[in-house]
Design a protein around this ligand. Structure first.
Ligand code: LMR
Length: 349
Protein backbone atom coordinates (compact mmCIF):
# COMPACT_ATOMS: atom_id res chain seq x y z
CA UNK A 1 0.00 0.00 0.00
CA UNK A 2 2.81 2.43 0.96
CA UNK A 3 4.51 1.53 -2.31
CA UNK A 4 1.34 2.17 -4.35
CA UNK A 5 0.77 5.49 -2.68
CA UNK A 6 4.35 6.50 -3.43
CA UNK A 7 3.95 5.64 -7.13
CA UNK A 8 0.71 7.61 -7.32
CA UNK A 9 2.25 10.67 -5.69
CA UNK A 10 5.34 10.72 -7.89
CA UNK A 11 3.22 10.35 -10.98
CA UNK A 12 1.34 13.47 -10.02
CA UNK A 13 4.46 15.61 -10.29
CA UNK A 14 4.64 15.81 -14.10
CA UNK A 15 0.85 16.18 -14.37
CA UNK A 16 0.76 19.08 -11.97
CA UNK A 17 3.53 20.76 -13.91
CA UNK A 18 1.50 20.27 -17.10
CA UNK A 19 -1.63 21.93 -15.83
CA UNK A 20 -3.93 19.11 -14.76
CA UNK A 21 -4.62 20.33 -11.27
CA UNK A 22 -7.79 18.48 -10.34
CA UNK A 23 -6.93 14.82 -10.52
CA UNK A 24 -10.60 13.89 -10.65
CA UNK A 25 -10.94 15.84 -13.89
CA UNK A 26 -14.13 17.50 -15.13
CA UNK A 27 -16.18 14.41 -15.45
CA UNK A 28 -19.79 14.91 -14.69
CA UNK A 29 -21.77 16.25 -17.62
CA UNK A 30 -24.63 13.94 -18.48
CA UNK A 31 -25.20 14.27 -22.18
CA UNK A 32 -25.28 10.60 -23.13
CA UNK A 33 -22.56 8.54 -24.83
CA UNK A 34 -20.89 5.48 -23.41
CA UNK A 35 -19.32 5.79 -20.01
CA UNK A 36 -16.42 3.79 -18.69
CA UNK A 37 -15.44 2.85 -15.18
CA UNK A 38 -14.99 6.56 -14.40
CA UNK A 39 -18.63 7.31 -15.29
CA UNK A 40 -17.39 10.20 -17.45
CA UNK A 41 -19.15 11.20 -20.64
CA UNK A 42 -16.56 13.54 -22.11
CA UNK A 43 -13.92 10.92 -22.82
CA UNK A 44 -12.22 11.68 -26.15
CA UNK A 45 -12.48 8.70 -28.49
CA UNK A 46 -9.08 7.84 -29.95
CA UNK A 47 -6.50 5.17 -30.65
CA UNK A 48 -3.26 5.32 -28.69
CA UNK A 49 -0.11 3.50 -29.82
CA UNK A 50 2.52 2.14 -27.43
CA UNK A 51 5.71 0.96 -29.11
CA UNK A 52 8.68 -0.89 -27.63
CA UNK A 53 11.57 -3.07 -28.76
CA UNK A 54 11.50 -6.08 -26.42
CA UNK A 55 9.73 -9.44 -26.46
CA UNK A 56 6.44 -10.21 -24.75
CA UNK A 57 7.63 -12.03 -21.64
CA UNK A 58 9.22 -8.91 -20.16
CA UNK A 59 8.31 -6.31 -17.52
CA UNK A 60 8.05 -3.65 -20.23
CA UNK A 61 5.48 -5.54 -22.29
CA UNK A 62 3.48 -6.59 -19.24
CA UNK A 63 3.44 -2.97 -18.06
CA UNK A 64 2.25 -1.82 -21.49
CA UNK A 65 -0.56 -4.41 -21.44
CA UNK A 66 -1.67 -3.19 -18.00
CA UNK A 67 -1.83 0.36 -19.40
CA UNK A 68 -3.93 -0.90 -22.29
CA UNK A 69 -6.46 -2.78 -20.18
CA UNK A 70 -6.87 0.07 -17.65
CA UNK A 71 -7.31 2.77 -20.30
CA UNK A 72 -9.70 0.71 -22.43
CA UNK A 73 -11.77 -0.30 -19.41
CA UNK A 74 -11.95 3.15 -17.79
CA UNK A 75 -12.84 4.80 -21.10
CA UNK A 76 -15.65 2.32 -21.68
CA UNK A 77 -13.92 1.26 -24.90
CA UNK A 78 -13.83 4.78 -26.35
CA UNK A 79 -10.05 4.76 -26.21
CA UNK A 80 -8.32 1.86 -27.97
CA UNK A 81 -4.72 1.10 -27.11
CA UNK A 82 -2.47 -0.76 -29.56
CA UNK A 83 0.72 -2.24 -28.09
CA UNK A 84 3.54 -3.03 -30.55
CA UNK A 85 6.36 -5.21 -29.09
CA UNK A 86 9.57 -6.46 -30.78
CA UNK A 87 10.36 -3.22 -32.70
CA UNK A 88 7.31 -3.99 -34.90
CA UNK A 89 6.37 -0.32 -35.18
CA UNK A 90 9.61 1.52 -34.39
CA UNK A 91 13.08 0.33 -33.38
CA UNK A 92 15.90 1.77 -31.30
CA UNK A 93 17.00 4.18 -34.00
CA UNK A 94 13.70 5.87 -34.74
CA UNK A 95 11.32 5.50 -31.78
CA UNK A 96 12.31 8.77 -30.06
CA UNK A 97 11.88 10.97 -33.15
CA UNK A 98 8.56 9.30 -33.91
CA UNK A 99 7.41 10.03 -30.37
CA UNK A 100 8.31 13.71 -30.80
CA UNK A 101 6.40 13.71 -34.11
CA UNK A 102 3.39 12.10 -32.32
CA UNK A 103 3.44 9.09 -34.67
CA UNK A 104 3.37 7.08 -31.44
CA UNK A 105 2.01 8.26 -28.09
CA UNK A 106 4.14 6.21 -25.66
CA UNK A 107 7.59 4.67 -25.85
CA UNK A 108 9.60 3.09 -23.03
CA UNK A 109 13.28 3.27 -24.01
CA UNK A 110 16.26 1.96 -22.11
CA UNK A 111 17.88 5.04 -20.53
CA UNK A 112 21.21 4.05 -22.11
CA UNK A 113 19.62 4.97 -25.44
CA UNK A 114 18.78 8.47 -24.22
CA UNK A 115 22.27 9.64 -23.25
CA UNK A 116 22.46 11.78 -26.40
CA UNK A 117 19.34 13.61 -25.21
CA UNK A 118 20.68 14.13 -21.68
CA UNK A 119 23.96 12.71 -20.26
CA UNK A 120 22.25 12.18 -16.89
CA UNK A 121 20.60 9.08 -18.40
CA UNK A 122 24.07 7.48 -18.10
CA UNK A 123 23.19 6.83 -14.45
CA UNK A 124 22.00 3.28 -15.18
CA UNK A 125 25.35 2.56 -16.85
CA UNK A 126 27.38 3.78 -13.86
CA UNK A 127 29.21 0.64 -12.74
CA UNK A 128 27.81 -0.88 -9.54
CA UNK A 129 25.83 2.23 -8.60
CA UNK A 130 22.42 0.81 -7.64
CA UNK A 131 22.19 -2.33 -5.49
CA UNK A 132 18.68 -3.25 -6.63
CA UNK A 133 15.48 -2.17 -8.43
CA UNK A 134 14.14 -0.42 -5.33
CA UNK A 135 17.17 1.90 -5.10
CA UNK A 136 16.88 2.88 -8.76
CA UNK A 137 13.11 3.41 -8.44
CA UNK A 138 13.62 5.59 -5.34
CA UNK A 139 16.17 7.74 -7.17
CA UNK A 140 13.93 8.33 -10.21
CA UNK A 141 10.88 8.98 -8.01
CA UNK A 142 12.88 11.51 -5.99
CA UNK A 143 13.62 15.18 -6.78
CA UNK A 144 16.88 14.63 -8.70
CA UNK A 145 15.35 11.99 -10.95
CA UNK A 146 12.23 14.07 -11.56
CA UNK A 147 14.41 17.07 -12.44
CA UNK A 148 16.08 14.99 -15.17
CA UNK A 149 12.65 13.94 -16.53
CA UNK A 150 11.53 17.58 -16.47
CA UNK A 151 14.41 18.59 -18.73
CA UNK A 152 12.86 16.45 -21.49
CA UNK A 153 10.00 18.91 -21.85
CA UNK A 154 12.08 21.34 -23.88
CA UNK A 155 12.17 18.59 -26.56
CA UNK A 156 8.39 18.14 -26.52
CA UNK A 157 8.66 14.98 -24.42
CA UNK A 158 7.25 14.15 -20.98
CA UNK A 159 8.98 11.59 -18.76
CA UNK A 160 6.13 9.97 -16.83
CA UNK A 161 7.70 7.17 -14.84
CA UNK A 162 10.73 4.95 -14.45
CA UNK A 163 10.12 1.26 -15.17
CA UNK A 164 12.86 -1.15 -14.03
CA UNK A 165 14.20 -4.19 -15.82
CA UNK A 166 17.24 -4.93 -13.66
CA UNK A 167 20.95 -5.67 -13.47
CA UNK A 168 22.86 -6.63 -16.62
CA UNK A 169 24.92 -9.78 -16.92
CA UNK A 170 27.67 -10.44 -19.46
CA UNK A 171 27.39 -13.14 -22.13
CA UNK A 172 30.00 -14.14 -24.70
CA UNK A 173 31.07 -16.90 -27.00
CA UNK A 174 34.81 -17.07 -26.37
CA UNK A 175 35.57 -17.94 -22.73
CA UNK A 176 34.12 -17.87 -19.22
CA UNK A 177 34.55 -14.40 -17.72
CA UNK A 178 35.76 -14.60 -14.12
CA UNK A 179 38.18 -11.67 -13.87
CA UNK A 180 38.52 -8.29 -15.58
CA UNK A 181 41.54 -9.76 -17.44
CA UNK A 182 39.24 -12.31 -19.12
CA UNK A 183 37.55 -9.43 -20.94
CA UNK A 184 40.72 -8.41 -22.78
CA UNK A 185 40.52 -8.42 -26.56
CA UNK A 186 36.82 -9.38 -26.74
CA UNK A 187 34.30 -7.36 -28.71
CA UNK A 188 30.94 -6.55 -27.11
CA UNK A 189 27.67 -5.07 -28.26
CA UNK A 190 26.32 -2.25 -26.09
CA UNK A 191 23.02 -0.38 -26.04
CA UNK A 192 25.00 2.75 -26.96
CA UNK A 193 26.56 5.78 -25.31
CA UNK A 194 30.08 6.80 -24.40
CA UNK A 195 29.96 5.57 -20.82
CA UNK A 196 29.22 1.97 -21.82
CA UNK A 197 31.99 2.25 -24.40
CA UNK A 198 34.35 3.31 -21.60
CA UNK A 199 33.21 0.47 -19.37
CA UNK A 200 34.43 -1.94 -22.05
CA UNK A 201 37.62 -0.09 -22.94
CA UNK A 202 38.28 0.18 -19.19
CA UNK A 203 38.25 -3.63 -19.10
CA UNK A 204 40.50 -3.98 -22.16
CA UNK A 205 37.66 -4.96 -24.50
CA UNK A 206 36.15 -3.13 -27.46
CA UNK A 207 32.49 -2.38 -28.13
CA UNK A 208 30.00 -1.35 -30.75
CA UNK A 209 26.38 -0.26 -30.46
CA UNK A 210 23.87 -2.47 -32.32
CA UNK A 211 20.05 -2.10 -32.29
CA UNK A 212 18.26 -4.66 -30.16
CA UNK A 213 16.38 -6.27 -33.03
CA UNK A 214 19.67 -6.98 -34.86
CA UNK A 215 21.46 -8.41 -31.85
CA UNK A 216 20.58 -12.12 -32.13
CA UNK A 217 21.99 -12.26 -35.66
CA UNK A 218 25.08 -10.25 -34.68
CA UNK A 219 25.81 -12.76 -31.90
CA UNK A 220 25.07 -15.74 -34.12
CA UNK A 221 27.26 -14.50 -36.95
CA UNK A 222 30.10 -13.44 -34.66
CA UNK A 223 29.93 -9.73 -35.53
CA UNK A 224 30.52 -9.34 -31.79
CA UNK A 225 31.71 -11.90 -29.21
CA UNK A 226 29.23 -10.91 -26.56
CA UNK A 227 26.81 -8.47 -24.99
CA UNK A 228 25.42 -7.36 -21.65
CA UNK A 229 21.77 -7.63 -20.73
CA UNK A 230 19.21 -8.53 -18.12
CA UNK A 231 18.30 -12.19 -17.68
CA UNK A 232 14.73 -11.60 -18.87
CA UNK A 233 15.99 -9.95 -22.07
CA UNK A 234 18.53 -12.75 -22.64
CA UNK A 235 15.90 -15.43 -22.07
CA UNK A 236 13.04 -13.83 -24.01
CA UNK A 237 15.27 -13.17 -27.06
CA UNK A 238 16.98 -16.58 -26.73
CA UNK A 239 20.44 -14.98 -26.83
CA UNK A 240 21.60 -17.98 -24.77
CA UNK A 241 21.11 -20.14 -27.90
CA UNK A 242 24.01 -18.30 -29.51
CA UNK A 243 26.18 -17.53 -26.44
CA UNK A 244 28.25 -20.18 -24.65
CA UNK A 245 29.08 -18.28 -21.45
CA UNK A 246 27.09 -16.11 -19.06
CA UNK A 247 28.65 -14.34 -16.08
CA UNK A 248 26.47 -12.84 -13.36
CA UNK A 249 28.17 -9.47 -12.90
CA UNK A 250 25.32 -6.98 -12.37
CA UNK A 251 27.66 -4.08 -13.10
CA UNK A 252 25.16 -1.88 -15.00
CA UNK A 253 21.37 -1.84 -15.39
CA UNK A 254 18.56 -1.69 -17.90
CA UNK A 255 15.91 0.73 -16.65
CA UNK A 256 13.37 2.59 -18.72
CA UNK A 257 11.57 5.91 -19.00
CA UNK A 258 7.90 5.74 -19.93
CA UNK A 259 7.47 8.78 -22.17
CA UNK A 260 4.75 10.60 -23.99
CA UNK A 261 4.85 13.75 -26.12
CA UNK A 262 3.45 17.21 -25.34
CA UNK A 263 1.46 17.42 -28.59
CA UNK A 264 -0.60 14.36 -27.62
CA UNK A 265 -0.75 15.26 -23.93
CA UNK A 266 -1.93 18.84 -24.53
CA UNK A 267 -4.71 17.60 -26.83
CA UNK A 268 -6.38 15.69 -23.96
CA UNK A 269 -9.19 17.05 -21.81
CA UNK A 270 -8.97 16.49 -18.06
CA UNK A 271 -11.19 13.41 -18.07
CA UNK A 272 -9.11 11.73 -20.74
CA UNK A 273 -5.86 12.74 -19.03
CA UNK A 274 -7.08 11.17 -15.80
CA UNK A 275 -7.88 7.89 -17.57
CA UNK A 276 -4.54 7.84 -19.36
CA UNK A 277 -2.71 8.57 -16.10
CA UNK A 278 -4.59 5.75 -14.38
CA UNK A 279 -3.20 3.56 -17.16
CA UNK A 280 0.30 4.91 -16.54
CA UNK A 281 -0.02 4.14 -12.82
CA UNK A 282 -1.29 0.62 -13.47
CA UNK A 283 1.51 -0.03 -15.99
CA UNK A 284 4.14 1.28 -13.59
CA UNK A 285 2.92 -0.94 -10.78
CA UNK A 286 2.95 -4.04 -12.97
CA UNK A 287 6.37 -3.34 -14.52
CA UNK A 288 7.86 -2.72 -11.06
CA UNK A 289 6.28 -5.84 -9.63
CA UNK A 290 7.30 -8.09 -12.51
CA UNK A 291 10.91 -7.05 -13.20
CA UNK A 292 12.70 -9.02 -10.51
CA UNK A 293 10.40 -12.05 -10.75
CA UNK A 294 10.92 -12.32 -14.50
CA UNK A 295 14.71 -12.14 -14.09
CA UNK A 296 14.57 -14.96 -11.54
CA UNK A 297 12.43 -17.22 -13.74
CA UNK A 298 14.61 -16.34 -16.76
CA UNK A 299 17.68 -17.54 -14.83
CA UNK A 300 16.02 -20.93 -14.26
CA UNK A 301 14.93 -21.22 -17.90
CA UNK A 302 18.40 -20.38 -19.23
CA UNK A 303 19.88 -22.96 -16.87
CA UNK A 304 17.36 -25.59 -17.95
CA UNK A 305 17.93 -25.01 -21.65
CA UNK A 306 21.59 -25.74 -21.01
CA UNK A 307 23.12 -23.88 -23.98
CA UNK A 308 25.10 -21.54 -21.75
CA UNK A 309 27.50 -22.14 -18.86
CA UNK A 310 26.51 -19.80 -16.03
CA UNK A 311 29.19 -18.39 -13.75
CA UNK A 312 28.34 -16.52 -10.55
CA UNK A 313 31.13 -14.14 -9.46
CA UNK A 314 32.14 -14.32 -5.80
CA UNK A 315 32.06 -11.10 -3.77
CA UNK A 316 35.85 -10.81 -4.17
CA UNK A 317 35.70 -11.32 -7.91
CA UNK A 318 32.97 -8.72 -8.22
CA UNK A 319 35.06 -6.31 -6.21
CA UNK A 320 37.86 -6.64 -8.80
CA UNK A 321 35.47 -5.52 -11.56
CA UNK A 322 34.38 -2.64 -9.38
CA UNK A 323 37.99 -1.57 -8.81
CA UNK A 324 38.83 -1.82 -12.50
CA UNK A 325 35.85 0.41 -13.35
CA UNK A 326 36.44 3.01 -10.63
CA UNK A 327 38.20 5.51 -12.96
CA UNK A 328 35.18 5.40 -15.31
CA UNK A 329 32.81 5.83 -12.37
CA UNK A 330 34.78 8.84 -11.12
CA UNK A 331 34.98 10.44 -14.57
CA UNK A 332 31.21 10.14 -15.11
CA UNK A 333 30.40 11.34 -11.59
CA UNK A 334 31.80 14.69 -12.72
CA UNK A 335 29.86 14.61 -16.00
CA UNK A 336 26.51 13.62 -14.45
CA UNK A 337 27.00 15.78 -11.35
CA UNK A 338 28.35 14.89 -7.91
CA UNK A 339 25.09 15.91 -6.22
CA UNK A 340 23.11 13.57 -8.50
CA UNK A 341 25.41 10.59 -7.91
CA UNK A 342 25.42 11.25 -4.15
CA UNK A 343 21.62 11.19 -4.18
CA UNK A 344 21.62 7.99 -6.27
CA UNK A 345 24.07 6.24 -3.93
CA UNK A 346 22.02 7.28 -0.90
CA UNK A 347 19.09 5.23 -2.30
CA UNK A 348 20.89 1.93 -1.64
CA UNK A 349 19.60 0.39 1.57
C1 LMR B 1 18.90 -3.61 -25.30
O1 LMR B 1 18.95 -2.98 -26.36
O2 LMR B 1 19.66 -4.53 -25.03
C2 LMR B 1 17.83 -3.23 -24.29
O3 LMR B 1 17.94 -1.86 -24.10
C3 LMR B 1 16.46 -3.59 -24.78
C4 LMR B 1 15.41 -3.11 -23.83
O4 LMR B 1 14.65 -2.21 -24.19
O5 LMR B 1 15.34 -3.67 -22.73
Amino acid sequence: MGRNRKIVSILLAPILSLGLVACGGQTTSNSGGSTGATGATDVQPMTIKISHVVAENTPKHKGALAMKSTIEKESGGKIKVQVYPNSQLFGDKDEYQNLVANNVQFIIPDMAKLVGVDPAFNIESMPFLFNNDAASEAFWDGPKGQEIFKRLEKNGVIGLAMWPNGPKQITNNVRPIKTPEDMKGLKFRTQGGQLLEKVYSGLGASSVSIPYNELYLALQQGTVDGEENTLSNIESMKFDEVQRYLTMVGHTRVDYVLMTNTKFWNSLNDTTKKIVMDGVKAGTEVARKEADTLNTTAFDKIKQRGHTQIYQLSADERQKFQQALKPVFDEYTKIIGEDVIKDALSRNQ
